[in-house]
Design a protein. Structure first.
Length: 208
C-alpha cells in the first residue's frame, strides 16, 4: 500500500509518466421490442425484457496528473489481450516516454509473463524494460486511480443497454474524447501518513 501511495506523490515527469490501469466488463443487451419514443410529459420508455448479446471487456488506462485517459474495447481479457494493450500503450500512445510507471492490480494476466506469451523474447524484454510496475495489495484495488475512472464511465456511459461491440466502441470513444477535452484530473489526497492513522489495524503490532 505505501509503495503505491509513494508513487502518487511523485511530481509529473513527461519522460516517466504515471499511468493507472484497470479493466471491467460490459454485458451487451439487445431490445426485444421497439422502445416507445419520447413525447410531451413522458420520457423514452423501454420494455423490461431484453436479449443477451455477449460480453465485452474494457481496458482503462488513466494518466491522472494530466487528466488523460484511454479506453479500449476488446472481445476478451486474456493474457494476449493485455499484452497487446501494453504494446499499444508504449508504442502508440507514449512512444517518447523513456519509462512508464504503471499501477495495477494483481490479476493473473497483468504480468511480464503475458508479454512473453504474446511476443518474441526480445520484444517482450523491450516492452518490460520500459515499464516500472507497481501492484496494489490484495483487497486494496481501491488504491488504483483507474477504478475512479471506471466508476465515472460506468455512470456516464455504460449505465444503459448497448447492443453490440461496435456501438459500445463508438460510445466509449465519444466519452473518452469529451473527458480528455475537459482535462478532468483526479484529486488524490490519501497519503502514507493518512494510511498509518486511518488504517492502523492493517499494520503489524510490534512488541517491545
Amino acid at each position: 500500500m505505501e509503495d503505491v501511495l509513494s508513487v502518487y506523490k511523485q511530481p509529473y515527469d513527461p519522460d516517466h509518466p504515471l499511468l493507472c490501469m484497470d479493466e471491467t466488463s460490459k454485458q451487451l443487451t439487445l431490445e426485444t421490442r421497439r422502445p416507445i419514443a419520447v413525447r410531451a410529459g413522458h420520457p423514452k420508455r423501454y420494455d423490461y425484457e431484453y436479449r443477451r448479446n455477449g460480453v465485452c471487456n474494457l481496458f482503462m488506462f488513466s494518466e491522472p496528473l494530466v487528466g488523460r485517459r484511454h479506453v479500449s474495447v476488446t472481445e476478451r481479457r486474456t493474457k494476449r489481450d493485455w499484452a497487446a494493450q501494453i504494446k499499444d500503450l508504449l508504442d502508440v500512445h507514449y512512444p517518447e516516454a523513456k519509462k512508464i510507471t504503471l499501477v495495477m492490480d494483481n490479476l493473473n494476466t497483468h504480468t511480464g509473463a503475458s508479454l512473453y506469451e504474446a511476443f518474441e523474447p526480445s520484444e517482450a524484454r523491450r516492452l518490460l524494460e520500459r515499464l516500472d510496475i507497481h501492484y496494489t495489495p490484495k483487497h486494496g484495488s481501491w488504491l488504483n486511480m483507474a477504478e475512479i475512472e471506471l466508476g465515472i464511465i460506468s455512470r456516464q456511459c455504460l449505465n444503459r443497454r448497448i447492443g453490440d461491440r461496435e456501438t459500445l466502441s463508438t460510445e466509449v470513444a465519444a466519452w473518452e474524447k469529451r473527458r480528455n477535452a475537459a482535462d478532468a484530473k483526479i484529486d488524490w489526497r490519501f497519503t502514507t501518513e493518512d494510511a498509518r492513522i486511518k488504517l492502523k489495524r492493517l499494520y503489524p503490532i510490534i512488541s517491545a
